[in-house]
Design a protein around this ligand. Structure first.
Ligand code: GDP
Ligand code: ADP
Length: 205
C-alpha cells in the first residue's frame, strides 16, 4: 500500500502579527507536526543555533541554493534572504507526516503556486491598532520604519483572500486552538470519512 502524503500547512501573515510566537506555542501542543527549518542570510541572534533555528548561509551560498533549485520558495525580507529547503519538505510529506512552514507573505504565495493542495493559514491581528502596538512593542523600530511596516502590513492583509483560513491572533492560546481545530478537520476531510461510511446509507434505505 502506498503511504498517504502528509498535509502541508503554511502559517503566514503580516510582520509583527505573532507568527513566530504562535508557531513556538504550537510545538508542545502539536508534537506530531514537523517544523521546516528555513535557510537565511541574516546573522544569528544570541542563542540561535545553525540547523535548529535556521540554516545560516552566506549570500553566495544562498544564491547557489536558488540556482540549484534547492528552495521551494524564497523571498527577500528587510535586506536578508529567507527560503524553504525543498527536499526536506517533499521527503517528509512523502513519508506521511504533516509539515508546517512559518513564512512571510511573498513566500507563502509562491508555495501556493507549487502546492495548491496545501492548507494556507493567514494569521491576522485583532485590529490594526494592536498590530501597530505589537510592532512597536518589539523595541528597536524607528517611527519611519514602523510606518513602513504598517504600510507593508496593509498590503499583505489585502492578500488574505488567497488563503484557506484566517486565524485571528487575539490570544496565543486561542490562535493555537483554532489551528489545531483546522488541522483536525482537514485530516477528517482527507481521510474521506464520507466515502468510508457511504454503505450506511444503503443499509438504512
Ligand atoms: N519566505 C520566507 N519567509 C521566511 C522563511 N523563514 C522565515 N521567514 C519569515 O521571515 C521573517 C523574518 O524572520 P526573522 O528574521 O526570524 O525575524 P522575526 O521578525 O523575529 O520573525 C518572518 O516574517 C518569518 O516568517 C522562509 O523560509 N521563507
Ligand atoms: N496574541 C498576542 N497577544 C499579544 N502580543 C502578542 C501576541 N502574539 C504575539 N505577540 C507579541 O507581538 C510581537 C510580535 O510577535 P512575533 O511572533 O515576533 O511576530 P512575527 O513573527 O509575525 O513577526 C512580540 O512582541 C510578541 O510577543
Amino acid at each position: 500500500m502506498t503511504q498517504d502524503r502528509g498535509l502541508l500547512l503554511v502559517l503566514s501573515g503580516p510582520s509583527g502579527v505573532g507568527k513566530g510566537t504562535v508557531c513556538a506555542a504550537l510545538r508542545p501542543r502539536m508534537e506530531e507536526l514537523v517544523y521546516s527549518v528555513s535557510a537565511t542570510t541574516r546573522t544569528p541572534r544570541e542563542g540561535e543555533i545553525d540547523g535548529v533555528n535556521y540554516f545560516f548561509r552566506t549570500r553566495s551560498e544562498f544564491e547557489s541554493m536558488i540556482e540549484n533549485d534547492e528552495l521551494l520558495e524564497w523571498a527577500e525580507y528587510v535586506g536578508n534572504f529567507y527560503g524553504t529547503p525543498r527536499k526536506f519538505v517533499e521527503d517528509t510529506l512523502a513519508s506521511g507526516r504533516d509539515v508546517i512552514l512559518e513564512i512571510e507573505v511573498q513566500g507563502a504565495l509562491q508555495v501556493k503556486e507549487k502546492f495548491p493542495e496545501g492548507i494556507f493559514l493567514f494569521l491576522a491581528p485583532p485590529d490594526l491598532k494592536e498590530l501597530r502596538s505589537r510592532i512597536t512593542g518589539r523595541g528597536t523600530e524607528t517611527e519611519e520604519s514602523i510606518r513602513n511596516r504598517m504600510m507593508v502590513a496593509k498590503a499583505e492583509i489585502e492578500l488574505m483572500d488567497h488563503y484557506n483560513y484566517v486565524v485571528v491572533n487575539d490570544e496565543v492560546d486561542k490562535a493555537c486552538e483554532r489551528i489545531q481545530a483546522i488541522v483536525t478537520a482537514e485530516h477528517l476531510k482527507k481521510e474521506r470519512q464520507i466515502e468510508k461510511y457511504r454503505h450506511w446509507i444503503k443499509e438504512v434505505f
